[in-house]
Design a binder for this molecule. Sequence first.
Ligand code: C2E
Ligand code: MG
Ligand code: MG
Length: 333
Amino acid sequence: MCDRLQHKIQLPIVLGTHTITTRASIGIAFGSAQVSPNQLLRNSDIAMYQAKANGKGTFAIFEQSLGSETIHRMELEVSLRQALEREEFFLVFQPIVEMNNSKIRGFEALLRWQHPDHGLISPSVFIPIAEEMGIISVLDGWALQRACQQLREWKEKYPMLPLTMSVNLSSANFMFANLVGKVIQVLQTTKLSGANLKLEITESIVMKDPEESAKVLEKLQQYGVGIVLDDFGTGHSSLSYLHQLPFDGLKVDRSFVQEAQHSPQSMEIIKTIVSLAQGLKLNLIAEGVETDIQCQMLQALGCELGQGYLWWKPLVKNDADCILAKQVCAEQV
Ligand code: C2E
Ligand code: MG
Ligand code: MG
């Protein structure tokens, strides 16, 4: 039956002067009393994606014997494709503060996925899957748009606060080709200036194609957008491009911050990153600050901005809003 269907579907269609051919990938799943209707549909979707993976215009039959881990992963892939349409993503906002007075200077927007069956799924689980599936640019684009919309709202409500919004970009650089266009479009529609936005990238983006990255980053810089190197010190940390590329800041990775108290080596690494940032006139943000001791130590080394559970965990929009309102009240007193 699949063969017959595929044969019919593959027949060319003539549209005016064009001839179009289509193909279909077919996924098959068998029902039983133990399988719910939802599960049955999902199983057939899994089989369909397997058929696609096997080559175009083929069919595959869902097999329970795939092993529960593979099935779970495939289920995630299937539901990840639908999650945007179903509005299952949302952003949380983690304040970036001035360490000496805990005043909020900006937020980092972090993506969350509320899965209908599996609950809240961490970005460290779904971002790598989205990267492999080639859909990360769509997710990053969505996060960029939403984060900027949120900042516009806060700027209108709290015009006296000099807030910035930091947004993460995946190292799978699918989006790079039209990144500049997308950023400009978002800034225009949200009526923000580039200086309000910081894009967090990791060293692997730059390492993949230094020349192309330089062009893209320079264009973004012309629009005033800040480029921040995230998780600094954990990747290749090639120092040569640090002064060649237009970076605005560095984020000290939380692994160094958290080990510094117990590990003289981590402490030395932080010291080096601080003096590197000072020498190159880059902003420095310490990530993952959890204790007063860490905060004091970082300040003593000359680091001014921090982000971490010591101040706030990533917050849902309404909680972040309350905190901003309190900060405005406190500043007016
Ligand atoms: P990241 O950009 O380095 O974000 C910082 C991570 O550290 C966040 O994890 C945050 O919740 C966590 N964190 C902050 N303060 C503390 C602390 O004091 N202690 C501890 N233990 N953790 C802290 P999260 O939200 O799970 O995000 C993980 C990673 O997922 C992010 O790391 C980022 O690389 C990626 N990610 C998140 N949202 C997006 C997105 O919209 N696009 C892309 N491409 N990646 C994203
Ligand atoms: Mg980040
Ligand atoms: Mg980081």
